[in-house]
Design a protein around this ligand. Structure first.
Ligand code: TYD
Length: 223
């Protein structure tokens, strides 16, 4: 299925997050979906985590350099939550208030999956504070075997150094894939799982299909 997307009637102010492991193609798919939405006349803000606002970008630099690793997983989870709180207040809520769509490359599900060493009750508490009631209307999980994702990430990175999380071994990445799939199974009304081993255009069509069927007016489950 290629070419122009089918016409769909989409409401304003939807918050869509993209999740998945390294090399799943999240940033490419965020860009392609943003193009399609803009072509449909919808205002779009694309953003990413950790980061997405000046305060959160400063925290991102600290986390990804590995400088926060020595404080332990709990403090790291707090830093992700602090970055998220600023991102939600400074970027996401104002965009939704204007009626724009917000497409975010990683969000709170990444904390549940990557900071899995932290007590779930602590993660719950941090999420309550950082999100303050905000919830994605739809979360697209770009799913692929860890091995494929790691090969893609290494090819993309070229000579650049791996970041703090990319350095971990294949077993850790495969465990994260399973953890994302468990989150999706536990919350099927929020998640759409897309096979990210397919080529870019096919994945983009599957993402668009999920948007149209899950968020389109008359889809019966928008909101
Ligand atoms: P990034 O360079 O944005 O990687 P990717 O292209 O994989 O999204 O780095 C973000 C890294 O931070 C990524 O390895 C996942 C990790 N991360 C967490 O551990 N917890 C979180 O809450 C978030 C948002 C990201």
């Amino acid at each position: 299925m290629t070419g122009a997307p089918p016409p769909v009637d989409l409401p304003p102010a939807r918050f869509v997050t993209f999740e998945g492991g390294e090399g799943a193609g999240k940033s490419t798919q965020v860009r392609l979906l943003a193009d399609r939405l803009r072509n449909a006349g919808i205002g779009v803000v694309t953003t990413r985590e950790p980061g997405g606002s000046p305060g959160a970008e400063a925290i991102r630099a600290m986390i990804l350099s590995g400088a926060a690793e020595r404080f332990g997983a709990e403090v790291e989870a707090m830093l992700f939550a602090a970055a998220r709180a600023d991102h939600v207040d400074a970027t996401i809520r104002p965009a939704l208030a204007r009626g724009d769509w917000v497409l975010c490359d990683r969000f709170a599900d990444s904390t549940r999956v990557y900071q899995s060493a932290v007590e779930p009750a602590v993660i719950d508490a941090l999420e309550t504070v950082a999100l303050d009631g905000l919830r994605p209307h739809l979360t697209i999980l770009l799913d692929l075997p860890a091995e494929v994702g790691l090969q893609r990430a290494a090819a993309r990175r070229g000579v650049d150094a791996a970041d703090r999380f990319e350095k971990e071994d294949a077993a850790a990445h495969e465990a994260r894939r399973d953890a994302f799939l468990r989150l999706a199974r536990a919350d099927p009304s929020r998640f759409a799982v897309v096979d990210a081993t397919q080529d870019t255009a096919t994945v983009a069509d599957a993402v668009w299909y999920a948007i149209a069927t899950r968020l389109g007016q008359g889809a019966g489950r928008a909101g």
